[in-house]
Design a protein around this ligand. Structure first.
Ligand code: HEM
Ligand code: HEM
Length: 214
């Protein structure tokens, strides 16, 4: 796709559903309507519901004027990618919205463990659960450190660094829940002793057979 506008991926779009940053898609273009919300003649609520979504149908349904289109023109962020949205995009967006409404929801260790990829990374620090997906690339300590701990408890590693007040401020915006229950023990790797024991028995057997035959 060649375009004079930046290409906006679904991964980028999904971040902008909040009152503090609200993007909508109309006819393939992405618009930032954050500062227009309280000016919209159709009301703020109706526009907020379209945050991070394709609002083409609704926009056309209300037969918006050319004036409305001119407002859009001044708020272009880019062109939405040609790629189809992830099959569970609507569900992912709903989950994000719910988390913002209730940043203290209970999260089990089993649920936490599912959020262990760069597309969906949660970590626990001191019993609080943080969604660091959108912060991975911005972390001054690097993406890898956070990703290594995705789906897990990062408290010890986190406290090795004396994170600043600013870091704690960022954390308060990333919190999506509190962890409940007891952390399941990691499965111990099978100790090599069994293997050594079996080898030992085989060698002894061979020695016995050798001594018996000769
Ligand atoms: C995406 C950016 C949007 C812009 C810039 C915008 C702008 C406007 C403007 C300027 C008007 C006044 C009438 C006109 O000039 O057409 C208007 C009215 C209206 N808009 Fe939007 N609109 C947007 C999206 C939407 C969406 C997605 C919906 C529905 C979900 C919506 C629902 C309405 C309604 C119901 C009215 C009529 C208000 C009334 O006459 O009481 N708008 N909008
Ligand atoms: C939501 C969680 C986290 C946030 C918001 C965060 C934020 C930050 C910030 C803002 C800095 C810059 C220095 C400062 O202001 O303190 C930083 C540095 C750093 N962070 Fe994190 N961090 C988080 C989690 C972690 C974790 C889990 C680890 C370790 C696994 C880690 C390791 C580091 C390291 C190594 C540095 C670099 C220190 C340096 O080079 O001076 N961070 N972090």
């Amino acid at each position: 796709m060649s375009s004079e506008y930046p290409i906006i991926t679904w991964k980028e779009l999904i971040k902008h559903f909040k009152r503090s940053s609200l993007w909508v898609v109309v006819e393939g273009m992405v618009y930032d309507v954050t500062t227009y919300l309280d000016k919209h003649p159709g009301g703020e609520e109706i526009l907020r519901k379209c945050g991070a979504k394709d609002a083409t149908e609704q926009f056309l349904e209300y037969n918006h004027s050319n004036y409305a289109r001119s407002i859009l023109a001044s708020r272009i962020v880019g062109q939405l990618t040609d790629e189809p949205p992830p099959h569970n995009y609507a569900q992912l967006l709903k989950q994000r919205k719910q988390r913002v409404k209730n940043p203290y929801q209970a999260v089990t260790w089993e649920e936490l463990a599912l959020h262990n990829t760069s597309d969906d990374a949660w970590i626990v620090i001191d019993d609080d659960v943080y969604d660091v997906t959108d912060f991975l690339a911005q972390h001054p300590g690097g993406m890898k450190l956070l990703l290594d701990k995705a789906g897990d408890d990062a408290s010890t590693h986190f406290h090795r660094i004396n994170h600043s007040q600013q870091a704690h401020q960022i954390m308060s915006e990333l919190q999506v829940g509190v962890i409940i229950g007891i952390k399941p023990k990691k499965k111990q790797k099978q100790a090599p002793t069994n293997y050594v024991l079996i080898m030992f028995i085989i060698v002894v057997l061979f020695i016995f057979i050798y001594l018996f035959l000769f």
